[in-house]
Design a protein around this ligand. Structure first.
Ligand code: ZN
Ligand code: ZN
Length: 272
C-alpha cells in the first residue's frame, strides 16, 4: 500500500528587500547562507546599500552586485559619517555612481537624532549627493531621522520627485509620510513598523498609496518581530510585509506584488 505524499507547502510570496547592508562585516562568516535563505524565503531581489563609514562599503556593495544578477547596489555616505568625507572618498562615489549595477545614490540625508556629524555638514552633503544623483540620472535613497521639516524643504528645493527617491526606514508622522508622497517620493517601511510602540508608523502606512510603498530590512539592524533582538537578514522582510499589508488593508500577496513592482519602478529595473 502506498501513502500519498503530503501536499507541498505553498510557495512563499515573492518579495524585494529594497535596503540591506549585507556587505557589512556582520555577514562575513555566512553571507552565502544568508543570501540562500533569502531566496528560499521568496526574497529574490535585494539592493545592497554601500554607505556605512568609509567608501570601502560602496566598493563591497558593487562587488556583490557584480556577481549576482538579482542584487543591485547603491553608493553613498551615511549622514552619520559625512564629516569624515575627504576629496578621495568623494571621488570613489563619483566613479561608482556611473557603474551599471549601481541603481541609486545613498543613503544620504539628515539624522538629527544622533547628530554624529554636524547638522550643517549633513545638509551640505545631502545636497551634494542630490546633485550627483541628478548628474548620473539615478534616484536617491534618503535616511531622515528627527529632521523631516528640514529634509522636506531640501527635497522640495532640489525637485527630488522628478529625480526619483525613497524615504527609507520611515520613522516620521503620518503627515510627514503624506508630505513625501506629495513630493513624488516613495516611502519604505522597515521592521520598526512591527514594534508595539510604532503605532504612528503603522498609521502612516495608510497615508501612502499602495503604488508608493516599499519594504526593507535595513539589516543587520532592526529585525522585525518575532525576530527582534537578533541580527536581521533579508529573509525576515516577510514579517514586515505582513504588518504593512495589514495596515494597508490588503492581502499579503497583493502587498508583495505591489512592493516588488514599486521597487523595480523607482530603481528603473525591468518589471518582474
Ligand atoms: Zn538609514
Ligand atoms: Zn541603511
Amino acid at each position: 500500500m502506498t501513502t500519498a505524499a503530503p501536499p507541498a507547502p505553498p510557495a512563499p510570496v515573492e518579495l524585494f528587500d529594497s535596503h540591506a547592508h549585507v556587505d557589512g562585516p556582520e555577514f562575513d562568516a555566512d553571507r552565502d547562507e544568508v543570501l540562500a535563505r533569502a531566496r528560499a524565503a521568496g526574497v529574490r531581489r535585494i539592493v545592497v546599500i554601500g554607505a556605512v563609514g568609509e567608501p570601502a562599503s560602496a566598493e563591497r556593495a558593487v562587488a556583490l552586485a557584480e556577481r549576482d544578477p538579482h542584487i543591485w547596489a547603491s553608493v553613498g555616505t551615511h549622514p552619520h559619517d559625512v564629516e569624515h568625507m575627504t576629496p578621495a572618498w568623494w571621488a570613489v562615489h563619483e566613479r561608482l555612481a556611473l557603474h551599471p549595477r549601481v541603481v541609486a545614490i545613498g543613503e544620504t540625508g539628515l539624522d538629527f537624532y544622533y547628530d554624529h556629524s554636524p547638522r550643517q555638514v549633513q545638509a551640505e552633503a545631502f545636497v551634494r549627493f542630490l546633485d550627483l544623483a541628478r548628474r548620473v540620472g539615478k534616484p536617491v535613497i534618503c535616511h531622515i531621522r528627527d529632521a523631516h521639516p528640514e529634509a522636506i524643504a531640501i527635497l522640495r528645493d532640489h525637485n527630488a520627485g522628478e529625480l526619483g527617491g525613497i524615504i527609507h526606514c520611515f520613522t516620521g508622522t503620518p503627515d510627514d509620510a503624506a508630505a513625501y508622497v506629495d513630493l513624488g517620493l516613495y516611502v519604505s517601511f522597515s521592521g520598526i513598523v512591527t514594534y508595539k510602540t510604532a503605532q504612528p508608523i503603522r498609521d502612516a502606512v495608510g497615508r501612502v498609496p499602495l503604488d508608493r510603498i516599499l519594504i526593507e530590512t535595513d539589516c543587520p539592524y532592526l529585525a522585525p518581530l518575532p525576530r527582534r533582538g537578533r541580527r536581521n537578514e533579508p529573509a525576515y522582510v516577510v514579517h514586515t510585509a505582513q504588518v504593512v499589508a495589514d495596515c494597508a488593508g490588503v492581502p499579503l500577496d497583493e502587498l508583495a506584488a505591489a512592493t516588488v513592482a514599486n521597487t523595480c519602478a523607482v530603481f528603473r529595473l525591468p518589471p518582474p
